[in-house]
Design a protein around this ligand. Structure first.
Ligand code: ADP
Ligand code: MG
Length: 323
């Protein structure tokens, strides 16, 4: 069991940003409207994620740290229509296998919560805790017991870059959630949670960029697209400011990106890129997210149709505009 967790940890927990991603996804799944992320030393010394979501019942807390314990799947068939971000039940045990974890959580309005500590997969503390509804997860000394992996960590700036990149994207994906991110005491992001995506774009890319956005909107028998693309007047030298969100999940999709860029590049040179956020909604049965443990890559069952739809919607948004 411990070995299985360490093996799974290798797949799920590649670096500090993977821990941040898993903890934040759990907070989103728990219905949080506010998620605060505190990082120290690029996440290698401390990662803390506090949410005001539904919390974990005291009697479910140990189970949550067991392998394949997920409260999110009801049957095998659910794997084909996954709506929540998490579903594999691998994250918490994997993280607890390679770090010192403290989890404080309370559910409902009883205010009677529980605090547990795990070190290298072993339960080291367990007590009642009075706290407000929600979950507070602290992960210290990541990879303290797997020196080989620790050796592969890059500089603090590099690890922090992966973390902030992920937080920017999940904040763009969820404008209705108030996110804050701090590193070594300094604030890197704060969003309002009012649901206004342009405000999040302003928080991430600056107000100048937010003012230069065109709305992207399209409907199709199977898909719905909502988002923004920057006006051709505002271009960037890299494609890193393209964010794709499918059913609330930030994903990487070459298919979606290349379709958007096909429309964009009919107007602009191929070495220039827009800032864009695309949120695509579809029936969960049309997208397979169970391709990789990171759940970042997905497979679309009607990829050609989706590509044509994205390209057409982007063309309409940029419609007739010339540089
Ligand atoms: P998964 O997200 O795939 O279900 P995890 O290992 O990430 O698996 O989490 C295990 C379980 O712990 C979740 O299914 C959920 O019930 C509970 N859990 C974890 N984090 C939170 C949280 N922040 N708020 C509420 N419940 C949580
Ligand atoms: Mg999870």
């Amino acid at each position: 069991e411990h070995l299985a967790n360490q093996i799974a940890a290798g797949e799920v927990v590649e670096r500090p940003a993977s821990v941040v991603k898993e903890l934040v996804e759990n907070a989103v799944d728990a219905g949080a409207t506010s998620i605060d992320i505190t990082i120290e030393e690029g996440g290698l010394s401390l990662i803390r994620v506090q949410d005001n979501g539904g919390g974990i019942e005291p009697e479910d807390m140990e189970t949550a740290f067991q392998r394949h314990a997920t409260s999110k799947l009801l049957s095998d068939r659910d794997l084909f229509r996954i709506a929540s971000l998490g579903f594999r039940g691998e994250a918490l045990p994997s993280i607890a296998a390679v770090a010192r974890v403290e989890c404080v959580s309370a559910s409902g309005d009883s205010r009677l919560g529980r605090r547990i500590r795990m070190e290298g997969g072993q339960l080291t503390a367990d007590e009642h805790a009075g706290c407000s509804q929600g979950t507070d997860m602290t992960v210290r000394d990541l990879f303290f017991n797997t020196p080989a992996r620790l050796k592969y960590m890059k500089s603090i700036q590099t690890e922090l870059g992966h973390i902030s990149d992920y937080i920017y994207r999940i904040a763009l994906a969820h404008p209705g959630i108030a996110f804050s991110l701090t590193h070594n005491g300094g604030s890197l992001l704060r969003t309002s949670g009012t649901g206004d995506r342009l405000q999040v774009i302003a928080a991430v890319y600056g107000t100048g960029t937010a003012k230069a956005m065109l709305p992207l909107r399209g409907e199709h028998a199977d898909y719905e697209l909502n988002g923004y693309i920057s006006k051709p007047e505002l271009t960037r030298a890299s494609r890193s400011a393209l964010t794709t969100v499918v059913n609330g999940r930030y994903i990487r999709s070459f298919a979606v990106q290349s379709s958007l860029l096909a429309a964009y590049h009919t107007l602009l040179p191929i070495n220039r890129f827009p800032v864009a956020v695309l949120e695509i909604g579809m029936h969960p049965g049309l997208v397979d997210v169970n391709v990789h443990p990171s759940k970042m890559e997905v497979r679309f069952s009607k990829e050609a149709e989706l590509k044509a739809f994205v390209e057409e919607t982007a063309r309409a948004a940029l419609g007739g505009r010339r540089h």
